[in-house]
Structures are given as C-alpha cells and as structure tokens.
Design a protein around this ligand. Structure first.
Ligand code: R5P
Length: 277
C-alpha cells in the first residue's frame, strides 16, 4: 500500500486463504487493467512462490498484458551452483519459474554471487536490481554519524563501500568461511577501540555471521556495535539472541516486515516503477 501511494498508483489486495491442509486459495480483484504490478516479498518462499504462480496465472486469464513483480526480498538467490552431483541449482530453477510468469522484476540487494547480473538469474528481459545502500548510508549519517562501517565478508563490500561513502564513514571488510548453516568463521582486522561500529550486511538469517564478526570487534572494546541489514530474515531465535547480545541498535529496511524495520524502501521502488518499468 505504501508503495502504491508513493508511486501514485491504484492499489488492490490479493486475498490469500490457507486451508487446514496447507494449500492456498488466491483471489484477485475480478477486473484488472492491462498493466499490473504485483508486490510480494519472498521470505518464507516455499508457500509464497506457489501463491505467486497462482496469482500470476489468474491475472493473465483476466487479461493482464504486462505483469511486473516487485519482490523487495528475492528468495533462492544463494544456490547458484551444484556443489555435489545431484544437488539442484535452485537459483536457476526459481529464476526461470519467475521469468515464465512475469514480464519484469524489481528487487533490492539480491544475493548474487557467481552470476554477474540479475537478468542472468531471472531472465524476464527486464529484471532490475536496486541498491538499498544509498538509503542506508543516509540513515546512518543521521542516526550514527562518524561510525566505522564493517562488512563481515568479501561479498558485503559492494554494499558497505556505498554505505560508507554516503554516510561519510570509513569502512573495513572481513572474510568468511562457512562450515555449516549455523557455523561460520570470520576473519576481521581493524582498529575498533572506542569506535561506534556499525555492521552492515545484505541479510541476517541465523544471525551467526553478525555474531561472529561482533565477537572479534568486542575484544577491542568499541564504544558500541550496531547492526543494519537490508533483509530482516531472522530465522528461528536469531533476533531474540541478537537483541540480548548487547548491540546498541538492530536496524533493517522494510523489505521484509519486522520489528527492526527503520528504513522505508517505498521511495526507491516507486521511483523505479514510475520511470522505468
Ligand atoms: C551471505 O554471505 C550473506 O551475505 C549473509 O552474510 C548471510 O546470508 C547471513 O546468514 P546468517 O545470518 O545465517 O549468518
């Protein structure tokens, strides 16, 4: 709704009912214009993807000609490679599924690792990846000027560099070895003593990456450590653990609704929708 208001577009709800057996009933408005933008963040993807396919298929039956998906958080982007024979490359499968149903895609900070563009992962012909880092940097300049920005791993540098430049901060980036879903090892060097440190990453899932980075920083007695992530996945008890671990602030964008949301993405998405999709 905030996105439609920001973009100056009409808005209608898609009604989703979950049956006791776990199936979903999806109801669109009975009449739709030729151009429709569906907005759905794809956390909890296994349910949401099916519902999205049902909605997209019905939209076509109702005569929609151009169907755009705005998925502020785009799921299944991390497995872009088969690490063992027989292991499915979920990015490729989900990417081609979405491309089959949508003419365009807009998302924010997708986790692209070995592929160079969003279009390669989701080949709609008009797949656009927006960067939250500019908004995050402006937020940081207001809330925590003079901070030291820290990215936990090499992949985070693409975001951290922009956040630091926009907030007038300096930054350092660590490196990460992942041993398992909840077992990560971080190597991080820097002068954190007495500094307000802000850990910046694209997402927090188990929270282990942020915890491992903070553990190193805390050994040097920083003034404070805060967290900003684009996508507040916070699986299981991750948010409760982080909330009681002594961080000064835990902030996120509203790509996924969560109590940590502090940075609205509607203006960023609306600008893209108004001008280019
Ligand atoms: C992966 O490298 C991402 O950028 C995040 O660092 C990662 O997904 C965070 O996962 P977790 O919170 O489970 O450590």
């Amino acid at each position: 709704m905030a996105l439609a208001a920001s973009a100056g577009m009409d808005y209608a709800d898609v009604q989703v009912h979950r049956f006791p057996d776990g199936e979903s009933r999806v109801r669109l408005p009975a009449a739709l214009p030729a151009r429709v933008i569906m907005c759905r963040s794809l956390d909890h993807p296994n349910d949401k993807l099916i519902e999205l396919v049902l909605a997209a298929e019905e939209a076509r039956i109702l005569g929609v000609d151009k169907l755009t998906l705005v998925a502020p958080y785009l799921c299944y982007m991390r497995q872009d490679y088969s690490f063992r024979p027989g292991e499915a490359v979920s990015q490729r499968s989900v990417g081609s599924l979405l491309a089959r149903y949508f003419d365009a895609l807009v998302t924010v900070d997708p986790h692209l690792h070995r592929v160079s563009s969003l279009e390669q992962a989701v080949p709609t012909g008009h797949s656009v990846s927006l960067l939250a880092a500019g908004f995050v940097g402006e937020f940081l300049a207001r809330e925590r000027p003079g901070s030291l920005v820290v990215g936990p791993d090499a992949e985070s540098e693409q975001w951290v560099r922009v956040v630091a430049a926009r907030s007038g901060s300096d930054y350092v980036v660590g490196s990460k070895v992942r041993h398992g879903d909840r077992d990560v090892e971080i190597l991080l060097q820097g002068d954190f003593r007495g500094r307000d440190v802000v850990l910046v990453d694209d997402m927090a899932s188990t929270g282990r990456t942020l915890e491992a980075a903070a553990k190193i920083i805390w050994t040097q007695q920083p003034a404070s450590i805060s967290i900003i992530v684009t996508h507040a996945l916070f699986s299981g008890d991750a948010f409760e653990r982080l909330s009681s671990a002594g961080f000064a602030h835990i902030w996120s964008t509203d790509s996924i609704p969560h109590t940590s949301n502090a940075i609205a993405l509607a203006p960023l998405l609306a600008d893209q929708l108004r001008s280019k999709v």
